[in-house]
Each structure stands twice: as C-alpha cells, then as structure tokens.
Design a protein around this ligand. Structure first.
Ligand code: ZN
Ligand code: ZN
Length: 197
C-alpha cells in the first residue's frame, strides 16, 4: 500500500515509534501457535539493521488491548473483507485515547479474512498482508517473506515502482532480501535509534 513517508525522510516520527515497542496479537487463539515464528522473523529483520525495537506477544500480556484490537477489526469489515484503511483510521482513534500506543501486528485467519480491494493504481490487491508506517501490520500469511515485507512497510519502506526483481519490497516478494537502496533508506530512517540518541 501507499506510504505516507517519502524515501529517506526521517521526520516527523509516528507516535508508535517513540514507544520503541511492537506487539503481536493472534486475533484467533488458534493462530497463537504462529506468533513465536512471526516474532522471530521480525526480530531477525530488526537485528539485521540494529534497530532497537522490542517485539513481544500480546494475547495474554495485553489482553484488554487485544479485545480492543479485535473490536477495531470487527468494525473494519466491509463486504466480508478487511477494510484496512478503515482499520487504520479506527486504530488511530483508539490511540488518540491513549490505547495501543505501540506498533500493532495482527495475525488473522486467511480462510476467514481477505482484504478489501481498493484498486489503487500500480498496486495489486493485498494478499499476504498489509503494513503501514502509521504503525500496523495485518498478516494473513506468516511465511518469512510476508512477515519481512509487511514489517518493512511498518518500518517505513515502500514498494518499488517500477518493480525490482532483486528486492523483497515488491508485491511478489521475489526474494527475502532487501536491495541496497532499501537497506540504505531503512538505515537513514532509523539512524537516531540505531545510534542510540
Ligand atoms: Zn507491500
Ligand atoms: Zn528495495
């Protein structure tokens, strides 16, 4: 999906980034089994760039927030599909009230949920997941490439237009790795945190 922050631009920071925390919620309890794997892929990406964010599971630790995130998702269903723009808007309101201030990653049942198709020019319909640097990721699929791709959106990377076959930041996620441009951009965007300022 479209990014609101331009390439290489480091400011302004989103509020969630200031918490330096990302919480992973399994929307259906049976998906909880996937949470450790998702956290591992996310942590691996953070380690790759030395970004000091904490990634943690939230179902038990933030159970009241989970209820709120579930409710927010339920209210963002359109024609039986996830309206991810609506979800973002509602999540923003929730945060305005001081709840779920951190980055939110939710795992949803891929059989139960599809994504609403916004028919954005140059973009295919979201399939594996969606992610946005306003601080949320929704994952239908949890293989390594999907997790890295969507989490990288949350960290501020956009898609390549035109596509680059040597980078994960394309719709098809042709490779698990980032191209040199993306590596440089992510390092620039997180420079202050990486250097511990
Ligand atoms: Zn994407
Ligand atoms: Zn790239």
């Amino acid at each position: 999906m479209k990014r609101s922050r331009h390439w290489g631009e480091t400011k302004p920071r989103w509020e969630w980034e200031k918490t330096k925390k990302v919480v992973v919620f399994a929307i259906d309890d049976k998906l909880g089994i996937l949470t450790p794997k998702v956290i591992r892929w996310m942590q691996e990406l953070l380690d790759e760039f030395a970004i000091p964010l904490d990634v943690m599971k939230g179902n038990l630790e933030y159970s009241t927030d989970l209820a709120l995130v579930k409710k927010t998702l339920d209210q963002s269903i359109r024609e039986n599909k996830i309206d991810w723009k609506e979800f973002e808007e509602k999540l923003r309101k929730v945060r305005y009230m001081g709840r779920t201030p951190y980055g939110v990653v939710i795992l949803v049942d891929k059989v139960k949920y599809q994504f609403y198709d916004y028919k954005i020019p140059n973009e295919k319909r979201a399939y594996y997941g969606v992610g946005d640097d306003s601080g949320y990721v929704i994952l239908r699929h949890t293989h390594k490439e999907a997790v890295r791709h969507e989490f990288a959106h949350m960290l501020g990377l956009c898609h390549h237009v035109p596509p680059r076959p040597d980078c994960i930041m394309n719709w098809e996620c042709p490779t698990p790795s980032f191209c040199d441009d993306c590596k440089r951009k992510i390092a620039e965007m997180w420079q202050d945190e990486i250097e511990g300022r």
